[in-house]
Ligand binder design. Sequence first.
Ligand code: CTP
Ligand code: MG
Length: 384
Amino acid sequence: MTTCAALVVAAGRGTRFGASTPKQYADLAGMPVMRHALMAFSEHPEISHVQSVIHPDDHQQFADAGAGLTLAAPVFGGETRQQSVRLGLEALADIKPDFVLVHDSARPNIKPETIDRVIAALSGGAPGAIPVIPISDSLKSIGNESQIMGSIPRDNTVRAQTPQGFRFQTLLAAHQRCQDTSLTDDAAVMQHEGFDVIAVPGDPDNIKITETADLLRMADNFMETRIGSGFDVHRFGPGNGVTLGGVFIPMDKALIGHSDADVLLHASTDAILGAIGDGDIGVHFPPTDPTFKDAGSSLFLSFAMERLRAQMGALIHLDVTVICEHPKLSPFRDQIRNSIALVADVPVSRVSIKATTTEGLGFTGRGEGIACQAVATVRAPARR
Ligand code: CTP
Ligand code: MG
């Protein structure tokens, strides 16, 4: 059985990223950048061992990033990436895997198919295999004054990504022998020592985070759009008005309920909880709990928004339909929209309030109560 180890290098300081936290520990869709890569390798069926190389200052951050995953104890890296890789390879020397895949911790969007292609090339006999992507832009050399010096032919030129895969003993020997310390990837070290490396198709989304803007662009790859629906009904009783979306509307009846019976806020809360699969209003605020007796229902909506934001999610849109014959909602529509936008802390353009009657039919038609349905569209980290 062929064994394959992953070596994830993370000892760099991320000077071009320019944040106090090294880029590999920055948050990406609710988890550290590096954890995405660690998960990809530790979940890959052909990878038996995941070795990380870290900076001594980052011990705690690495422990957090790798929590719960099956990983080898990390080793410390060196001044350059080349040194870090060599130190990581030496840590694997006891295990002697057949293959090693060296990966940048700053490439979180590594798909199993790319890993498969590198391993397949090694299994086919290549001493080294790297994922590459074609270059579509023209290539220029540039001078110190921003002047274009000339054009570089693009034919036979590709961009190299990681993971770069090698026969373990060959790469270890190449790193230990190599005297040139200026090489930026392992394919260069191998070639410097006279070994062949072949190219396999890479993935344009397997981007290395270098600057802050790269992280923002990358976040989209890890988010998904989700929809939740909510529905609620409250019956009328005696009174002098109803509260809908936190706005008091005078009329000759009131809505009966454990809380303020704000049917609109209840349906909206359930829609948001539904979008993140987090139960419903009754689970979080049981009617049996006297704490919420006569509570203002904005509490429920702001709670649902907190739960959404705790998952690094955001409300894209909330669309609400109130179903009743009375009261007439149109005079209060803008006030309700503003009230909900304020509680949810989103721009008012992201909230829509509609109303309809049921043409005298059913319980709403008979004026026995008010029904409300809500649909929430949210953006949240993709679930596996
Ligand atoms: N790396 C490493 N040891 C080093 C330098 C880099 O393990 N001495 C790792 C980085 O952590 C990163 C990968 O090699 O995952 C690619 O390097 P790069 O993108 O250059 O990261 P940094 O060196 O951290 O960033 P910068 O060059 O902007 O400082
Ligand atoms: Mg660097």
